[in-house]
Write a protein that binds this ligand. Structure first.
Ligand code: MSK
Length: 651
């Protein structure tokens, strides 16, 4: 058994495949996994979890309390707010750096420096040009791509003025950001400013710092992430509904299994293409395998799932467990959410660990040099490493759980438009009408990670989605929450429809969408922002995002990116339910602002709700309150007209 396991496998995951692999890890002598390390950590440090540890300068670290400020005099409120803003800045930086790499790749493709890649979705390129106000008359595809890449790059580098991407938001929302002084300038400058204002001896007014957090988050949601999604679609294709499977059982006993993990889709796109090449398949067969099987973890998985139907091996807390199956020849990680422990787990099996980003190496993994100019060659090299490793697989150590849940993913907004309105009359109208008539009560985005320290993995996420669709609330999903839904069968349209409330089911059947929609990876929360914007623009549901009967939830979140996402939803006027609070509970003022006063400024706030049943009630109450405010809950009076009344109508 893992050295420090205090909770049994059944106590930490609802998913039988994960439970089985934790038991296998114990039997195989793997000394640690994320759950046992969480147990070993014990109760978290109170100063850390309350946000009251200040280690920003070397007068400290200082342990701050209500009565004891830091050596510099920084108060509890200042320190807690400052720590939170730094988390938002890190999350925004992660998403935005991802976006920047894609834009540089778009530029390389446009300039002919990256011939392995192409513009896969010209329609999206032209739509993006229109949305960002780029003059495209007479420009061929590559010339337009070059112009778009330059504009996107200038969004990162902008030194004065506001982000142009903000103009995608409803006008009243843009006005609110201006009034509050939280409309961000360039993405890079905004993140630099966030770090500057939290340096020792700069911003000491906690509300000002927290508004800085909202501003930094907007540079992510309506900046770096929005651009990342648009450019991914331009380069790799806008997702369309695709059938696939999820859970550890997608690994195949007789094939060379390669697991892709992280967030950036560039090399993975090439791995998908290379794995299907006859020469690579032949090389796999030559070592006795039936071929190469690609499977994904976390958001790299979501990217290639949505575009190619590549199966998903699991979400965040299954990354170590995929290796424990003993059937993974190679795991390649790019950036974000890839545990430092992976090579240690891999030492107990034959799995080769490979990293592909120069900023995300691991001393015990092989690093490959990837740049878009050598994409296919790099992908082939990686697959050949995996094929060569197949002979080292120990059949006695292989146990692949019999768990592979069918799903449908890939509901981009373009797809939803087409499904709802048809190719010739793209429209959100049927969805707006369904919400206005109350057949769909509202919308909930359930997003974010899974967490080894908070209850049983996936349980809150899955229960929340089931209960909401039962109550006729449509659910939008991204990230690891989307994978959790997939593993639980909620992304199978047929199964989910059986679980949905009667009026939601009727609407979904009529328009042909499932009640739980997989909308993509973490950066694709920008798709949820745009879905909300389209609901507003379609009409009948208010003039701003804050008026919509809509809410976000991150039940089991863990990363700084999730902190940034939560903030950009609240800054956009959409309330957010969190399954556990930020590290801000040390300051009542900061908590009160985030869960109360901020609503007077942005029209939305955070709710910390640890119990899923309470969350269901709170979400339904919030949606009904918004419906009341819109006046769409009023039952219209039924009047029987006689002939005299009819004449008076004068029609
Ligand atoms: S991967 S940020 S664990 S959703 Fe996007 Fe999953 Fe959270 Fe990473």
């Amino acid at each position: 058994m893992a050295d420090d396991r205090q909770r049994m496998p059944e106590d930490v995951a609802i998913d039988a495949a994960s439970v089985a692999m934790l038991k296998k890890a114990d039997a195989d002598g793997v000394p640690h996994d994320a759950f046992s390390r969480a147990d070993e950590q014990g109760a978290p440090c109170a100063f850390g979890s309350n946000g009251t540890c200040c280690r920003i300068c070397h007068l400290g670290p200082c342990k701050i309390s209500e009565y004891v400020p830091g050596v510099c005099g920084a108060t509890l409120d200042t320190v807690v707010a400052r720590n939170l803003l730094r988390e938002v800045a890190a999350g925004a930086a992660a998403h935005s750096d991802h976006g920047r790499h894609l834009v540089l790749m778009l530029k390389a493709v446009a300039e002919g420096r990256s011939t392995d890649y192409a513009i896969r979705d010209e329609a999206k390129l032209r739509a993006a040009a229109r949305a960002w106000g780029i003059e495209d008359e007479g420009l061929d595809t590559l010339a337009l791509a070059a112009k778009a890449a330059d504009l996107f790059l200038s969004e990162f580098a902008l030194q004065e003025g506001k982000l142009q991407t903000l103009r995608l938001a409803p006008k009243p929302r843009q006005g609110a950001w201006e009034r509050l002084g939280i409309a961000p300038g360039g993405v890079d400058a905004t993140i630099v400013q966030a770090l500057h204002r939290t340096h020792m001896g700069v911003d000491h007014e906690y509300k000002n710092i927290l508004r800085g957090a909202l501003k930094a988050s907007l540079a992510d949601g309506w900046g770096g992430s929005m651009i990342a999604t648009a450019v991914s679609d331009i380069l790799f294709g806008t997702p369309k509904p695709v059938r696939a499977k999820a859970n550890l059982g997608v690994l195949e006993k007789d094939k060379v299994n390669v697991v892709v993990h992280g967030h950036e889709p560039a090399l993975t796109e090439m791995l998908v293409a290379a794995s299907r090449l006859p020469e690579i398949v032949a090389e796999a067969k030559a070592v006795g395998a039936a071929g190469v099987n690609l499977a994904g973890i976390c958001c790299t998985a979501n990217e290639v799932l949505m575009r190619h139907g590549v199966p998903v091996a699991g979400n965040f807390l299954q990354q170590e467990l995929a290796i424990v199956t003993g059937a993974v020849e190679l795991m390649i990680t790019d950036v974000q959410c890839c545990m430092a422990s992976l090579p240690e787990v891999a030492k107990h099996y034959h799995t080769k660990m490979v990293t592909s980003s120069p900023i995300a190496r691991n001393a015990d993994a092989v690093s490959v040099h990837f740049d878009p100019a050598n994409g296919m060659a790099c992908a082939k090299d990686v697959l050949r490493m995996a094929i060569a490793n197949y002979a080292r697989r120990d059949p006695a150590k292989v146990s692949i759980p019999d768990a592979r849940q069918p799903l449908v993913a890939g509901f981009s907004n373009e797809t939803i438009f087409n499904i709802l309105g048809g190719t010739f009359r793209k429209s959100f109208r049927p969805l707006n009408d369904a919400i206005i008539t109350g057949r769909v009560r509202g919308v909930c985005g359930i997003v974010g990670c899974t967490n080894a320290r908070k209850g049983r993995v996936d349980e809150y996420i899955v229960t929340l989605a089931k209960e909401l669709i039962k109550r006729n609330i449509i659910v939008l999903k991204t990230g690891c929450a989307a994978v959790a839904a997939g593993k639980a069968g909620l992304l199978t349209p047929e199964a989910a429809l059986q679980m949905a409330g009667p009026s939601l089911r009727e609407v979904c059947e009529a328009v042909g969408i499932p009640p739980v929609l997989h909308m993509g990876s973490c950066v694709d929360n920008s798709r949820i922002l745009m879905a909300a914007t389209y609901l507003v623009e379609e009409g009948g549901l208010g003039n701003d995002l804050s008026e919509l009967p809509a809410i976000g939830a991150a039940p089991e979140w863990m990363s700084e990116k999730a902190v940034a996402i939560g903030h950009y939803f609240v800054a956009s006027g959409v309330d957010v339910v969190l399954g556990h609070p930020f590290h801000t509970m040390g300051s009542k003022n900061v908590s009160d602002y985030l869960c109360g006063e901020v609503a007077q400024e942005t029209g939305a706030k955070f709710h910390y709700i640890s119990d899923v049943n309470d969350a269901v009630e709170a979400i339904c109450a919030h949606i009904e309150k918004k419906r009341d405010a819109l006046g769409i809950n009023q039952k219209s009076e039924r009047k029987l007209y006689d002939m005299k009344d009819r004449r008076a109508l004068n029609v």
